[in-house]
Design a protein around this ligand. Sequence first.
Ligand SMILES: Cc1cc2nc3c(=O)[nH]c(=O)nc-3n(C[C@H](O)[C@H](O)[C@H](O)COP(=O)(O)O)c2cc1C
Length: 361
Amino acid sequence: VPARAGGVVTALAEVLGVPVPIVLGPFGGVSSVRLAALVSERGGLGSFGLYGYPPDRIAETAAELRAGTSRPFALNLWLPDDVPSPATLGKAGFSAAAAALRPLSDELGLGPAAPPDRFVPDFAGQLDAVLEARPRVVSFVFGVPAPRTVERIHAVGASVVGTATTVAEAVALEAGGVDAVVATGSEAGGHRVSFLRAAEESLVGTFALIPQVADAVAIPVIAAGGIADRRGVAAAFALGASGVQVGTAFLRTGQSAAPASHRRLIPETAPEETVLTRAMSGRLARGRPNRMIRLIEASGRIAPFPAQNWLTGRLRAQAASRDQADLLALWMGQAARLAVLEQAEDVFTELEAGIPRGAEA
Ligand SMILES: Cc1cc2nc3c(=O)[nH]c(=O)nc-3n(C[C@H](O)[C@H](O)[C@H](O)COP(=O)(O)O)c2cc1C
């Protein structure tokens, strides 16, 4: 292990508080306590995505995680944006996007959508609940956390992890005081979490992104996007990462909270079959296209985030209860076909085999 890599690896173990530099990616909406606890029990860092969770659910989830593992885990939040509230979007904007979804809500037996008081819970309340839950790590997407937020997290003894899709975003996160950065290439499943430029202009692949981020920042770099087996892990370390964050390969396992039909489709999806679309949430995300995406794209009416996510969310929750894959958000990355293992335990063992000697704390 080169001298620099050795130093950085130690730094990452200190930042995350775990011996094995494998992070389970958070899955907003489909995170699983069981899966996160399993990864933490194995010596990695289990993360839980709290997107859309109000404070009381955050407290409950943290208690469940604590019951599942005594080891460190991460809680993940989406930073707020000056995005529309039901009030600023207006009745007309809401109705137009809702009308485009009407055939699907009728089909699912749901009535027409009435605008809620808010599309997402208040961030300040979420952050308070996260701080009270005392996780080892708080990770963020969609921006640089405010200085006061970083300070408050550090004050409770937790580390802050930010997420970058470009070199400039990684540099901005480091300047904002985060302790480590997830650099996520455009292969990754789920949302493109870009915040400095449009997501469409921030589509750097993992192979090009990791070494350039590693050159640009002194904080440890966690590679994400397209890593699904020992080869991907070994490559990430060779490129200058000191850890990996894996989503799709874990999402496919029996311990994940994704509906069975979603899990089954993951290893059946060829790398060129996933697409980037704004149809589901108003923000760009990678997944397998289905009838819902095609219908929304054809309508040409997509409300901005988070309105669109709220509108499709009602439908997706109903579709999930019926395990109806044509009306779910089938988020997955370009390495989906590599996700052949059905047990999270086996995925962890496979990934661990790619860690270079000396890189575990
Ligand atoms: C269904 C799904 C939901 C996701 N939700 C979040 C999230 O809420 N917060 C976050 O930081 N990353 C989220 N991600 C990204 C993953 O945590 C991880 O970084 C990504 O999946 C890595 O790329 P891979 O899918 O190629 O392994 C999500 C990914 C998927 C597939």
